[in-house]
Design a protein around this ligand. Structure first.
Ligand code: DQA
Length: 150
């Protein structure tokens, strides 16, 4: 019987649906569709399937994280502005006990002071910021190496 391809859940938070047109000087010209294609290709090259979710709603993101407990082996998340506000997303990530990589397109440490604090980082095994959309590729790669160690 063929075994199911292990799945990585890749979450993009609020306003990332506007990528490509949203502050391109900060976030670049690539669109969310480009990010999603990159994630699918990177995951598949390493023997994983990418499940993609973009939502502008905190509760939708939390529901997806909770569901990942039963249907994914790792999570890549760009929580966008929820990075700096959401104890609830951080709690959900801790609750599911899956490896999490946090990604930011921009270098949040070189911007406004409020972007330097992340509620999510303590729940992540790695944080990638400032590498643009390549950050998602690095995140998938890192999760794959962690998971292949098991
Ligand atoms: C972001 C950085 C956040 O501070 C911001 O609110 C975003 C995007 C990034 O990818 O650089 O929406 O997560």
């Amino acid at each position: 019987m063929p075994t199911e391809t292990p799945r990585l859940l890749i979450i993009n938070g609020p306003n990332l649906n506007l990528l490509g047109t949203r502050e391109p000087g900060i976030y670049g010209a690539s669109t969310l569709a480009d990010v999603e294609q990159l994630c699918r290709e990177s995951a598949s090259a390493l023997g994983f399937e990418a499940e993609l979710l973009q939502s502008n709603h905190e509760g939708v993101i939390i529901d997806a994280i909770q569901a990942a407990r039963n249907n994914a082996v790792g999570i890549v998340i760009n929580p966008a502005a929820y990075t700096h506000t959401s104890v609830a997303i951080a709690d959900a990530l801790r609750a599911v006990e899956l490896p999490v990589v946090e990604v930011h397109l921009s270098n949040v440490h070189s911007r406004e002071e409020f972007r330097r604090h992340s509620y999510v980082s303590p729940a992540a095994v790695a944080v990638i910021a400032g590498a643009g959309i390549n950050g998602y590729r690095y995140a998938v790669d890192h999760l794959a190496s962690l998971l292949h160690e098991d």
